[in-house]
Design a protein around this ligand. Structure first.
Ligand code: ADP
Ligand code: MG
Length: 250
């Protein structure tokens, strides 16, 4: 579903991603861990067309990110084409960024109506189902300010799912939550995984990575240091940097 080959990213003279190679299979839960500043968010942003890679190849579902191939020539995608691609990728951030003036259900309906031109009735029906799925069937008419952080994050997940993405990116989805609210959000993500969603999850929740993850990559300083099955990498890290990072977060 995602393939990165020698992906580099620089911001001016700051070399942030230094040759990332990895592959995410369909239906896989792919966990990405590493210290702050190692480039995890930047990598997710490259997958989601929010940043352009500086070198290497990055593809989603067999298509190069940002380019269209015709014969052996590559054409840069136009803004409109990028917008179409981005519909297929859901992203959930540390901060939930819900529209504050819209009720939960309206937040979930918004993109399908605006982007896909879906009717209000159809969008609403799906939104209610999705809110039910994330355990918020009884909060549909609440405004974000009337919801806890964990509930807001679950609305944000429902909102991403409303576009029926083929890939979901989670960037530290529970890092801004009070500890007692983390479990509900992780449960929703676990349910998604069981339903076969392909997910890349940047997280410090090692329990989640171990129990739900199919693959795990430890990144440091813009490079993949170590990768493998979460049980192996977390239980038996081979590199000093991985060991030292895990000793701080476990
Ligand atoms: P992580 O998510 O692993 O904490 P980030 O991908 O957010 O790491 O950031 C990696 C590095 O890239 C940081 O040093 C950050 O300051 C830098 N960076 C991220 N975005 C930009 C940008 N738009 N311009 C310049 N530097 C950036
Ligand atoms: Mg980050």
């Amino acid at each position: 579903m995602v393939k990165a080959e020698g992906v580099h990213k620089s911001f001016g003279s700051a070399h942030i991603l230094k040759g990332i190679d990895l592959e995410v299979a369909p239906r896989e839960v792919f966990c990405l861990i590493g210290p702050s500043g190692s480039g995890k968010s930047t990598f997710l942003r490259c997958i989601n067309h929010l940043e352009k890679i500086s070198a290497g190849r990055l593809s989603v579902d067999g298509e190069l990110v940002g380019y269209r191939q015709k014969g052996d020539k590559l054409y840069e995608l136009k803004e409109r084409e990028v917008a179409l691609k981005r519909r297929d990728i859901g992203m959930v951030f540390q901060r939930f960024n819900l529209f504050p003036h819209m009720r939960a259900v309206e937040n979930v309906m918004e993109a399908p109506m605006q982007v896909k031109g879906e009717s209000r009735a159809v969008a609403r029906e799906r939104a209610l189902k999705l809110l039910d799925r994330v355990g918020l069937g009884d909060r549909a008419e609440h405004y974000p300010s009337q919801l806890s952080g964990g509930q807001q994050q679950r609305v944000a997940i429902a909102r991403a799912l409303a576009m029926e993405p083929k890939l979901m990116l989670f960037d530290e989805p529970t890092s801004a939550l009070d500890p007692e609210l983390v479990g509900d959000v992780l449960d929703v993500m676990r349910g998604l995984a069981e339903d076969g969603m392909t997910m890349i999850v940047v997280t410090h929740e090692m329990g989640f990575a171990r129990e739900v993850g199919d693959a795990l990559v430890f990144m440091d300083d813009g490079r993949v240091v170590e990768s493998g099955h979460p049980r192996d990498v977390l239980g038996n890290p081979r590199h000093e940097r991985t060991k030292s990072f895990l000793s701080k977060v476990l």
